[in-house]
Ligand binder design. Structure first.
Ligand code: NDP
Ligand code: ZN
Length: 170
């Protein structure tokens, strides 16, 4: 099993342990853990996060995602997919412009995506990139993240720390 799957199981186990004495307020006294585990939004987030670049970067179509994973996951992926027929600068500008209008789930995916990419840039510089280009990516990412604020304090705090380390003004 890969480490992400292990982490996911550990997380479910942790929550189950923490909630083990609790019951829902229904007549059957359903175990409380059914509630967080059954929160569809968590499943949508995990699915959309895994699929987020499939339409943008592979031959996957939105219709294919909808048929396989349903309209909600397909819509979130669509929201985080750049229109590659547009020139790059325009795509970058649209990400900044569209960020505040995304759904909550799409904002979460975008925050997680930016966090991963910025950490990756800290880990190593992409082939052919100058230090200046890396810095410009941080500045652009900060503009996108501005429009995503108020979504997840955990993700936003981690991003803010990376911007601080880079001297990118918040
Ligand atoms: P790109 O869009 O070309 O590359 C960044 C994207 O590549 C990420 O958003 C990510 O895609 C994906 N990616 C793949 N591997 C990595 C990795 N190891 N680390 C991070 N991202 C990875 O970059 P930009 O065009 O945004 O360039 C950054 C800045 O540099 C911009 O502000 C741009 O204006 C400027 N620029 C400078 C040039 C120069 O020569 N000085 C030339 C071109 C741009 P995803 O988001 O889909 O996950
Ligand atoms: Zn991505």
């Amino acid at each position: 099993m890969n480490s992400d799957a292990v982490l996911l199981l550990e997380t479910v186990h942790f929550a189950a342990e923490k909630h083990r004495q609790q019951r829902r307020k229904d007549a059957e006294q359903t175990p409380y853990i059914n509630h967080p585990v059954g929160t569809k939004e968590s499943a949508y987030f995990v699915q959309a996060a895994l699929l987020h670049d499939t339409v943008e970067d592979t031959d996957t179509t939105p219709a294919e995602l909808e048929a396989k994973f349903g309209p909600i996951v397909a819509r979130i992926v669509q929201e985080v997919t750049d229109d590659k027929s547009l020139p790059k600068q325009e795509r970058k500008r649209q990400q900044v412009e569209h960020a505040p209008h995304c759904s909550h789930q799409a904002k979460l995916v975008k925050l997680a995506d930016k966090l991963y990419n910025l950490r990756d840039l800290n880990r190593c510089t992409p082939v052919g990139w100058t230090a200046e280009r890396v810095q410009e990516y941080f500045v652009w990412a900060r503009e996108v993240v501005k429009g995503l604020r108020g979504t997840s304090s955990a993700l936003e705090e981690k991003l803010d720390e990376l911007f601080r380390q880079r001297g990118v003004q918040l």
